[in-house]
Design a protein around this ligand. Sequence first.
Ligand code: UDP
Length: 350
Amino acid sequence: MIKIITIIGARPQFIKASALSREIAKHNSITEIIVHTGQHFDANMSDIFFEQMEIPKPHYNLDINGLGHGAMTGQMLQKIEEVLIKEKPDWVLVYGDTNSTIAGALAAKKLHIKVAHVEAGLRSFNMDMPEEVNRILTDRISDVLFCPTDTAITNLKKEGYDNIDTRIVKSGDIMQDAAIFYSKKEQKPNIEIPKEFILATIHRAENTDDPKRLGDILDALNGIAKQTPIILPLHPRTAKIIKNTEFNTQNLTIIEPVGYLEMVYMLNKCKLVMTDSGGLQKEAFFFAKPCMTMRDETEWIELIENNFNVLVGANKSKIINTYYNHNFNNEYNVDLYGNGIAAKNIANNL
Ligand code: UDP
């Protein structure tokens, strides 16, 4: 029997874990214990994700949230270590690039427990992003690196991973497994949905913490929304900043964050996606919608190279020009992310 401890804490990790836990449950030889660090911004929303996606109830809820990076990561390290000493798992499974990811990997490695990193090898090459620091350090101390794309593998090779004692597996992208599984289970959000609309999200620190960038993005979106409605499920971090300042948002349909099945509904119906989220860039592609990414770089460069996505930064005129004039590739029938085979690949490998 193989015992795995899965560490999750943030929204995208719930979505990824939902797909992989379902697959792991099919293997009689694996037991999975879920540890929820509590990192997610809203306990209610976190519960909605677990209910909607039927993720097994976490065995441990560490309830660590609302802290700065140091205190949050430090407390997670301490509490995860206690769980690992008690449970003695064979593997610790971590996802993506959050503080929960690095804390889980580090706690395990120091106890000589093997670490598997799902979504390994991604790079934005922007070391100012906390996510970039987390993912580079997690990769380096992992025993198995489950890479979603060829680009991720190339990144690792360029960093010398051929000479490091680590197993690199091209697994495909676990978010595509989730998107395929939930695409038919959509739920209409509790608002009026126009016939034609743009779906937008803004939450990356590089945008929310820079008033010039945030102001330019909101100006551009607010202008476009005069003609085409823009629905913006707003992350509380961004909502708090907008509330205390005088940004132009009067034409935007700003709503509270929604559950994943409501996102799936809007992804199915929208005309285009504008986002600074990592996951949503791929979901736009999974749901065959063009995407404009309001960042200066992305980890998902195959979407840019194939013209499914355009990097528009926080540049007002570029956002407007791209929206009105860019001809996006609409041949979505290419396999960039494995087409839903990631969970199988990962579970079999473990
Ligand atoms: N998402 C959601 N509800 C929302 C906004 C986003 O379920 O109100 C989903 C979205 O569809 C995607 C994931 O959350 O699957 C992305 O999470 P986020 O943008 O927080 O993180 P990132 O992908 O940038 O790490």
